[in-house]
Design a protein around this ligand. Structure first.
Ligand SMILES: NC(=O)c1ccc[n+]([C@@H]2O[C@H](COP(=O)([O-])OP(=O)(O)OC[C@H]3O[C@@H](n4cnc5c(N)ncnc54)[C@H](O)[C@@H]3O)[C@@H](O)[C@H]2O)c1
Length: 716
């Protein structure tokens, strides 16, 4: 052994071939934390100081190669001033360059996933050999960043501008065939032949059959194309990238710009430009939010792992009650992810409809070549439509998705409970009825909880798991495990009107209603909120949710939280509801909907809406964008804080992720709590005070006031 550190070791094999192995102690994967970079530097020094070394093979002691930089270190680092962040990049790059400049040939053996810094390490080698099953990519722009360990410098010099722009700006994770085709790796072999293949390559270099210095020099020199052609290549791809990314995501464009900027420079100077550019994107609010989002996602997964550990039961057979919009969707999702499901309804026609929907979804996947017809047949055979409780004694978990009526639900749940084996878990997909109240109809309320899917089930990533007063940990564990198995992101919340997501969404609609009352134009409001980053503005969203559903849920929320959610004026959605304009489902709501050639609903303005609502609102006037945003976002954000205050949700990370997964909160803003923090808690409280005259909906919660006073963060 030439060197042995906590993350890197170097062993000398026969023929003077050194194996530099990444194997971070105490971790299941390799990642580039600061300690690993320092360790790599020491390993390189050890190789340099040993004249017996004739070549270096870089390997991994884990099943992955290196998953990337240690993102948990980013939060603190990105708080540093820009020049210190750039300094950190340059210092790390000195280590990569010292490795690249070793006087012997170097080959990377990529055995598993090599992402971000992992692939950048591989790029610092002269050659890369990749296992057939490994995957590589530079996903940094997904975090609002771009590669900062030399990726923007080495990639275009190795694979050309167009390919490099695609790899960096689209942030894909690629399989071996694509990596080989684009020239990111030099050979692809079976996993068990990887090490030998890397050694063979080194030997060919040593025998003079391959000129590794020529290959290396490509990475050290400016880009090969003449300046004008380079400029053209960058400008064309830059414009495309800008259009794809949209103005809310500046990192991909910044990556293209920095590659253009240093295209004419030699390596070391180019790395300086990359470091400066990296420090700039690291300081953007988008990077803060997207890095935060990544960490929040990890936190949610960890929390869910904790729930599952508390006793998830085996899940071999599921059942769903109701074959409607939601029941059909749940059956499809369960079957397509491998859990067989019985779908029970009281009407034959509903069962046909449910099966028809599942077939349609599967046929689409066959058409897109995501699955083959055999898989479609197998999935369909895993959904068993029925009108009776025949096989319910074998069922491990049942999701009730019948009509939204408390009495009917209670009687259906009680009836079902009687058919189940001991210990089976029962859940309701209700969106507005108290789980604790529904549980009063049951003999074993501990085996019952809420399992709130969103529509359309196959598309929406969130499932709220709602713990009623008597729900047991095992029941929560089983439902978290089931939702995870279905490919969804479960978030566990406590019971209250609207649970978490609707409790937070309806104050936003409340703010919208007040804005309309005061004379706003809903089309203008939609435009402002879409520009802010929402997939659709509030009026359009109401139309999609269904104005009848919205008005019903708003009433439940008003009963639950009358101090801030009850209003003393006629809300425009109530006016539309009374006129049977329920939104997309009736082809008219705020907007009217016509089918285009492909059968898709197209939204168009409708003069009738104004005629109907005019008597109930103030004369139309213009509101500036800041006011519209504040009047909608304050109620949503403060209600999220109240949910933390009331222990409805366990952490700011879970609250933020729920809003992103559940209602499409703009991801680059990181969620409601992250949004408050990006404004500044003190500043946000001041904003609440500015609009306090509008009523309790705008009052800052005590927790927020306390945090403003103490200077604490939700994410500390
Ligand atoms: N549609 C949504 O956007 C949405 C979103 C989240 C949650 N939910 C909730 O999901 C539930 C179902 O909503 P939906 O939109 O699918 O309704 P739906 O009207 O489309 O379907 C309800 C189905 O239940 C069946 N049914 C009625 N009584 C039954 C019984 N005793 N046993 C078995 N089946 C019975 C009906 O025949 C019908 O097929 C409701 O509680 C609703 O609040 C709906």
């Amino acid at each position: 052994m030439i060197y042995s550190g906590k993350a890197v070791s170097v062993t000398l094999h026969d023929g003077g071939i050194a194996e530099l192995k990444f194997d971070l102690q105490g971790e299941s994967v390799n990642k580039f934390n600061q300690e690993t970079v320092v360790d790599l530097g020491k390993a390189v020094d050890a190789i340099k100081g040993n004249s017996d070394v004739k070549g270096v093979v870089v390997t991994s002691g884990k099943s992955v190669f290196i998953v990337g930089a240690d993102i948990t270190e980013f939060t603190d680092m990105f708080k540093l001033p820009e020049d210190e962040i750039a300094g950190w990049c340059l210092k790390s790059n000195q280590v990569f360059c010292a490795f690249e400049d070793l006087p012997v040939p170097t080959v990377c053996a990529i055995n598993g996933i090599a992402l971000g810094g992992g692939l950048e390490m591989a790029l610092a080698c002269d050659f890369r050999v990749m296992s057939e099953t490994a995957q590589v990519g530079l996903p940094e722009v997904k975090l609002g960043l771009f590669p900062g360990f030399g990726g923007t410098v080495r990639m275009p010099r190795l694979i050309g501008v167009d390919n490099a722009v695609e790899w960096i700006a689209a942030a894909g994770q690629h399989k071996a065939d694509k990596a080989l085709k684009d020239g990111v790796v030099d050979a692809v072999v079976a996993g068990d032949k990887l090490f030998d293949a890397a050694i063979a390559l080194i030997k060919q270099c040593l025998e003079g059959k391959i000129d590794h210095m020529k290959k290396r020099s490509e990475k050290l020199e400016p880009l090969k194309l003449p300046p004008l052609e380079n400029m053209m290549a960058f400008q064309t791809s830059g414009a495309f990238v800008a259009q794809q990314a949209g103005k809310n995501y500046p990192a991909p464009v910044a990556a293209v710009n920095v590659m253009q900027q240093h295209g004419g420079m030699k390596r070391d100077q180019a790395l300086e430009a990359e470091a400066k550019g990296f420090a700039k994107v690291a300081k953007t609010p988008q990077a803060t939010a997207l890095v935060g989002l990544f960490l929040a996602d990890q936190a949610v997964k960890k929390a869910n792992g904790g729930h599952i550990k508390k006793g998830a039961k085996d899940l071999n057979q599921a059942a769903v009650l109701g074959a409607g919009i939601m029941g059909g969707g749940i059956a499809y999702q369960s079957a397509s992810k491998g859990t067989p499901i019985i779908m029970k309804d009281i009407a034959d026609a509903a069962l046909d409809l449910g099966m028809g929907e599942a077939s349609k979804l599967l046929a689409k996947q066959v058409q897109r070549k995501r699955i083959d017809p055999a898989k479609m047949g197998k999935t369909l055979s895993m959904i068993r439509p029925t009108l009776n409780y025949g096989d319910f004694a074998n069922v491990d978990v049942v999701v009730e998705a019948v009509v939204e009526n408390e009495k009917i639900k209670q009687s259906v749940l009680a009836e079902t409970e009687g058919k189940l084996k001991d210990g089976a878990v029962l859940a309701s997909n209700t969106s507005t009825i108290s789980i604790t109240r529904l549980a009063t109809a049951l003999k074993k309320p501990e085996n019952f909880a809420g399992m709130h899917f969103f529509n359309p089930v196959h598309m929406m990533p969130l499932v709220e798991i709602i713990r009623g007063e008597k729900t047991s940990d095992e029941t929560v564990a089983t439902l978290v495990a089931y939702a995870t198995k279905m490919g969804k992101n479960p978030i566990v919340v406590n019971d209250c009107p609207g649970f978490l997501v609707n409790r937070v969404l309806f104050p936003y609609f409340g703010g919208f209603g007040m804005l309309m009352r005061d004379g706003a134009d809903f089309q203008a409001v939609d435009k402002v909120m879409e520009k802010f980053g929402w997939p659709m503005g509030p009026a359009y969203l109401m139309d999609v949710v269904g104005i009848d559903t919205g008005v019903h849920a708003a009433k439940v929320m008003a009963d639950g939280f009358p101090d801030r959610m009850k209003h003393d004026f006629k809300d425009v959605s109530e006016v539309l509801f009374e006129n049977k304009r329920y939104g997309q489902k009736t082809k008219a709501g705020f907007y009217q909907y016509v089918l285009d050639k492909k059968g898709k609903q197209v939204k168009t303005p409708d003069a009738t809406t104004w005629e109907l609502i005019k008597p109930h609102v103030a004369e139309t006037r213009e509101f500036d964008a800041d006011e519209i945003i504040a009047r909608l976002m304050i109620p949503l954000c403060t209600e999220t804080v109240r949910c933390l205050e009331d222990n409805i949700v366990g952490s700011a990370a879970e609250a933020d992720m729920a809003m992103i997964y559940g209602i499409g909160f703009p991801p680059f803003r990181g969620g409601p709590i992250r949004h408050i923090e990006s404004i500044g808690i003190k500043e946000f409280v001041a904003l609440c005070d500015k609009y306090a005259h509008l009523g309790k909906l705008y009052e800052a919660p005590q927790l927020l006031k306390d945090m403003a006073a103490s200077g604490k963060s939700f994410f500390a």
